[in-house]
Design a protein around this ligand. Structure first.
Ligand SMILES: Nc1ncnc2c1ncn2[C@@H]1O[C@H](COP(=O)(O)OP(=O)(O)OP(=O)(O)O)[C@@H](O)[C@H]1O
Ligand SMILES: [Mg+2]
Length: 275
């Protein structure tokens, strides 16, 4: 069952919405409409509407516990909305993940590459085995073909020749990059990262930001990323949203620099930390 729409979700009228970015509906890749997120009776946030543009780096901001990881779980089909919808646009229109049948959901999931907040690699597997795992699980490729793809993905994140290393033998930054390589194993068109630079020193964190932009530019992938690191937000985000834990609402959506200038006060303070 596929639902279609031609209507892109407008950005919020208030709160430093981006100036007309010239986006047409086919520039959108994810449409989130009046999403309500809850664990049982406990509402985390509601009335969340935004859309992610194709090829965009889209950052989810908010205080601890505001629901950033929960929103990511909704975007990758791990958690069903308590209300509202999450739809993904392709050549045939916009598909609602939870309205799709099992095949439809599997097809959608194949489009996603995910790096979770814990970001953990399997410690008992080499980097090559870690990156190859999704290929073994989801494709019919032969071991030789998998090895070739794996080597290519590792090279893409600057880890050529490290396939035989175990996670315990490499640095934190390298582990994150191996995690990115794994997220990209199936050539996803949307990458989801939850706090990718958490626990990294500033230099490794900066390198990771550069890599993220490089992946966006070379692969044309859209990237949805949770981060609270200011340097990262300003370095990589085309668009950002802010989840307000107290109001349980999305309170801002726009390019970070515009939000810093003209966003709601809480968001301006969030973005001006350390200045
Ligand atoms: N499985 C769960 N069951 C019940 N409540 C949960 C569950 N996971 C998260 N929560 C609650 O939902 C709220 C949002 O959690 P979430 O992890 O999405 O926040 P976050 O913005 O990612 O926080 P952080 O910055 O600490 O990663 C928190 O109050 C959390 O306690
Ligand atoms: Mg989180």
């Amino acid at each position: 069952m596929v639902m279609t729409t031609d209507t892109p979700l407008a950005s919020p009228a208030s709160h430093a919405a981006p100036a007309d970015t010239g986006h047409r509906s086919d520039d959108r890749i994810i449409l989130v409409d009046k999403l309500k997120m809850a664990y049982g009776d406990r509402v985390i946030a509601e009335d969340i509407s935004f859309s992610v543009g194709r090829g965009e780096v889209f950052v989810i901001m908010g205080g601890s516990g505001s629901g950033k990881s929960t929103l990511l779980r909704h975007l990758i089909g791990l958690q069903a909305p308590a209300a509202g919808s999450v739809r993904y646009v392709d050549a045939h229109g916009a598909q609602d993940f939870w309205a799709a049948d099992e095949d439809g959901r599997t097809r959608l999931k194949r489009r996603f590459g995910v790096l979770f907040q814990s970001g953990a690699l399997w410690s008992s597997l080499t980097l090559a085995e870690n990156v190859g795992l999704p290929l073994e699980e989801f494709t019919e490729l032969t071991p030789a073909e998998i090895a070739e793809v794996v080597e290519f993905k590792l090279a893409l994140v600057g880890l050529a020749g490290f396939g035989d290393y175990y996670p315990s033998e490499i640095s934190g930054g390298m582990k994150k990059r191996a995690g990115l390589a794994r997220a990209m194993a199936l050539d996803p068109d949307i990458l989801f990262f939850d706090e990718p630079s958490a626990g990294l020193d500033p230099l490794s964190s900066q390198r990771l930001d550069e890599l993220i932009l490089q992946l966006r530019d070379s692969l044309g992938a859209s990237i949805v990323m949770v981060t609270h690191e200011l340097a990262s937000i300003f370095a990589v985000a085309d668009q950002a949203i802010f989840l307000d834990a107290d109001r349980k609402r999305l309170t801002a959506w726009g390019p970070p620099r515009e939000l810093l200038e003209g966003g709601p006060e809480q968001v301006r303070r969030f973005l001006a930390r350390g200045n």
